[in-house]
Design a protein. Sequence first.
Lengths: 113, 111
Amino acid sequence: GENVEQHPSTLSVQEGDSAVIKCTYSDSASNYFPWYKQELGKRPQLIIDIRSNVGEKKDQRIAVTLNKTAKHFSLHITETQPEDSAVYFCAAAGADSWGKFQFGAGTQVVVTP
Amino acid sequence: NAGVTQTPKFRVLKTGQSMTLLCAQDMNHEYMYWYRQDPGMGLRLIHYSVGEGTTAKGEVPDGYNVSRLKKQNFLLGLESAAPSQTSVYFCASRRVTTEAFFGQGTRLTVV
């Protein structure tokens, strides 16, 4: 089955700097890679996702890149703001995993003013 | 359109008691999931279902059972609760290879 590893587990950045979180996956058949943001006491919510036929996707200050050959994908947050402070999770899914949807262990991002 | 709704939101159980958590979705999603989230930890998959009448084990299935008798509902049962099952439980649903939508979570304490 799919195994998703996420690094780093914690990330402290100064406001205005960039943050990068990396995930690797094991199942070469995976074709869908979402990123979720979870604020304290709330449910995880999708912030961006990418499919295997695309190498990069941007949405304002957030971007995701995918390297299928190396089986890793990354979340990039530019010009970080205090409201970006949260836990971020990656996941990988595909037909071969038969619907199994497992997340990385999460990254606690702290943006200091 | 309510999305994914979990019942109850909070519950305190005594060790050995049983209970059922209900997850309901109104988006006609095929796949449904139960996760647990412990403090400082990620989302660990307990059980999941790829369609009505089907269930499968995730990473941490021991001590839990599930049923999906109707497409819109996914039930998580604890037959004999243990303190180690104190956690926040999230249900989620999605279509094949699309985003997952989460319920608001159920905070369960076993004393």
